[in-house]
Structure formats: structure tokens, C-alpha cells
Design a protein around this ligand. Structure first.
Ligand code: THU
Length: 145
């Protein structure tokens, strides 16, 4: 349990596992699910969506962030991520850390020292970092304000 009172880490992880089931990853066979928690406790799930062009692929984290923002929620307080090969289901062999582009997108819609990034292997085996730890000395919107 952490930061927000109502939504627990395991609840977010559950939602990320659920989202992972919708992953479309016929090229990499690496399936990712994510769930972001917004300031108002609303949750948005996302999965990776690959493309035959490869370059048009969207990561699970960005799918979730873009869903939140497009629904009017621009303040993200936590994100849970699960990723692993096709044949992995309830327990991943490793923690799936967000890629650099996803870290920067999360940066845009969070306070880096407060955003909890939860990388999970299972519902009970997870690690929590702040975005600031994963993206130190970052560039963000306030630099342009
Ligand atoms: N992927 C994510 O969904 N999130 C990340 O942070 C890293 C990578 C996806 C993209 C692609 O569909 C697959 O994992 C292999 O790179």
C-alpha cells in the first residue's frame, strides 16, 4: 500500500494483468499490460499494440496514458506494468521497466518525485520506484512555461 488511500498496488497490478490479455504483439511475442491511476482515483488500462510497420507500435504505458488524457485526466499518480513473453501468464520471468519514450510521456502528466512506477512479476512480487529515480534530471513542461 502506498500513496493513494483507495487504490492498492495489487489492484493496479491486477488491472495491468487484465489489460495484458488484450495485447496485440504478433511480431515480438512480448505482451505488456499497464494501468495508470489518476489523481481522482480513476484507472485506465492499456496494452501494447504492434504494427506490421513495426515503427507504428504503441507501448502499453502510452496506451494507458493516452486513454487517461483523452478522457480529461492529466494528473497521473501511479502506474503498474507487467510484461513478458506470450507463454507467460500469471508470473512473469522478469520486471518490465518502461522504455525511455514512455518514461518521458509519463513525465508530462505527473510530478516525477511523486509518481509511483510499479513493475510487477506477479500480483505479489513487485517493485516500486518513483519516476524521478527512473528518469533523473528530466525535461518537463515547466521548463517552457
Ligand atoms: N513495450 C511496451 O509495451 N512497453 C515498454 O515500455 C517497452 C516495450 C512493447 C512494445 C513492443 O510491442 C514490445 O514491447 C517489444 O518491444
Amino acid at each position: 500500500m502506498w500513496i493513494k488511500k483507495i487504490v492498492s498496488a495489487s489492484e493496479l497490478i491486477d488491472a495491468a494483468f487484465e489489460a495484458r490479455k488484450n495485447s496485440y504483439a504478433p511480431y515480438s511475442n512480448y505482451r505488456v499490460g499497464a494501468c495508470v491511476l489518476c489523481e481522482n482515483d480513476r484507472m485506465y488500462q492499456g496494452c501494447n499494440i504492434e504494427n506490421a510497420s513495426y515503427g507504428a507500435t504503441n507501448c502499453a504505458e502510452r496506451t494507458a496514458v493516452f486513454k487517461a488524457v483523452s478522457e480529461g485526466n492529466k494528473k497521473i499518480t501511479a502506474v503498474a506494468i507487467v510484461g513478458g513473453r506470450d507463454d507467460e501468464e500469471n508470473e512473469m520471468s522478469d520486471y518490465a521497466f518502461p522504455c525511455g519514450v514512455c518514461r518521458q510521456v509519463l513525465r508530462e502528466f505527473s510530478v516525477p518525485s511523486e509518481l509511483q512506477v510499479i513493475v510487477a512479476r506477479s500480483r505479489t512480487d513487485y517493485r516500486t520506484y518513483t519516476l524521478e529515480e527512473l528518469l533523473p534530471q528530466s525535461f518537463g513542461p515547466e521548463k517552457l512555461g
